[in-house]
Design a protein around this ligand. Structure first.
Ligand SMILES: [Zn+2]
Length: 413
């Protein structure tokens, strides 16, 4: 699909290319090149003034203005406009995306009311939208990048998204109207490919909006990054139970969300447990070893007799202890500075998302035996009813997961 892609880019770029067009003229090609350039420039833009589309959820929903563009007679929408459309409170599904300009790859995550999510992948210049085990949708025209942002044909919205998630999207070109409705079920009855949230998360009982931001996901800076995310507890080992929150469920929901964030951002994360099962410390370490992890992050929640205590605690080994000591002395895998770098990066990202807390240095067995840069993070105090309440909201899990992933993505040994 390289040819149409190039043509789109050139045509789209012409809006900003008057200087280049003049340059061609100055070099003496004017007489031959200019009419051709003008023709290429004029063709899409003669019809590019498509005007706004009124998009809404259901018949009576609030109108969201979208500014589509017409390229080769196909209406295109900016993916960031789709995010706005699907993050409306009336939307039956939520959408977020990750786009990496260097690889021109776009991942779009659709999150259903059930908490399940599915990822649709596109490459700029290609008309194929891949929907995991559901195959793909072939669009008439390829996705394109305009000014560093991904744009898709409206067909992506009317055909690919409804194949991936339980929504119906109708586009009336004449009336310039786009209506999104909830479908009773996904078109094909089939279990979703993405991990489902097992969680105790009930959005209808929200105390209030959590004070945490959902950060844009970042691509990993180090190609060698492979993070083993360790959801603390599991099975009969429930961990803490406070304020309606159960530690083993929260750690698993967070771990899965970190994995999803990494998948969206083109990173590598695997879990030491992906279901509600008990795991001994040795099994967790073995999973990290077998998966070839270059970083290890264990997730937990904290408890205190002081109900006012709050915030995360990021734990690394004390400087005089490391995973090189004791029984593992012959299996040195990482200098302790790397764990500190990883902790710095994760803490920085958590702070950017609005989480507050402290760093601690403790000789915890999970850190001493990790054999790779390792963090043990107590995400919050479940003994603090307000903080625990926030953690019962899926927004908090998503915000924390995006921050932890972004922190890991910034780490390089
Ligand atoms: Zn714990």
């Amino acid at each position: 699909m390289a040819t149409p892609h190039k043509r789109f880019e050139r045509a789209v770029g012409c809006r900003h290319l008057s200087a280049s067009c003049g340059y061609i003229g100055a070099r003496g090609y004017f007489r031959f090149a200019m009419p051709l350039v003008l023709l290429l420039c004029a063709f899409p833009f003669a019809s590019a003034e498509l005007g706004p589309i009124a998009a809404r959820h259901g018949a009576g929903g609030a109108v969201i203005q979208m500014e589509p563009r017409l390229l080769s007679n196909e209406p295109y929408v900016a993916v960031k406009d789709l995010r706005e459309l699907f993050n409306d409170e009336n939307s039956p599904v939520r959408l977020r995306y990750f786009y990496r300009s260097s690889t021109r790859r776009l991942s779009v995550q659709l999150r259903m009311p059930s908490g399940q999510s599915r990822i649709v992948r596109l490459k700029m210049g290609s008309a194929e939208a891949a929907i995991g085990t559901r195959g793909s949708v072939s669009m008439r025209r390829p996705a394109v990048e305009i000014a560093g942002e991904p744009w898709t044909p409206i067909q992506f919205l009317t055909e690919a998204i409804p194949k991936a998630a339980p929504v119906l999207v109708e586009y009336d070109a004449g009336a310039r109207e786009l209506v999104v409705r909830a479908a009773d079920s996904t078109p094909e009855a089939e279990p979703p490919m993405e991990p489902s949230d097992p969680t105790p998360i009930i959005e209808s009982t929200l105390p209030e909006t959590p004070p945490y931001a959902l950060m844009e996901l970042e691509a990993p800076v180090w190609t060698g990054l492979k993070v083993a995310v360790d959801a603390g507890h599991g099975g009969s080992d429930v961990g803490l139970e406070r304020s309606g929150a159960v530690e083993k469920d929260l750690t698993l929901a967070l771990a899965k969300e970190i994995k999803t964030a990494a998948a969206l951002a083109g990173g590598a994360v695997f879990l030491t447990r992906a279901d509600d099962a008990a795991r001994a410390l040795e099994e967790r370490m073995q999973a990290a070893e077998e998966g070839g992890a270059t970083a290890f992050i264990s997730l937990h929640f904290n408890d205190s007799i002081s109900s006012g205590r709050s915030g995360y605690r990021i734990v690394t080994l004390p400087p005089d202890r490391s995973s090189t000591e004791g029984e593992n002395a012959d299996r040195r895998a990482s200098p302790p500075e790397d764990a500190e770098k990883l902790a710095d990066a994760v803490e920085e990202a958590l702070k950017e998302a609005g989480f507050e807390g402290k760093r601690l240095r403790l000789p915890l067995p999970a850190l001493e035996r990790a054999n790779r840069p390792a963090l043990y993070i107590e995400m919050a105090y479940l003994s603090n009813a307000e903080e625990a309440g926030y953690w019962l909201l899926s927004q908090t899990i998503e915000s924390a997961a995006a921050a932890i992933w972004n922190g890991a993505a910034r780490y390089k040994p």
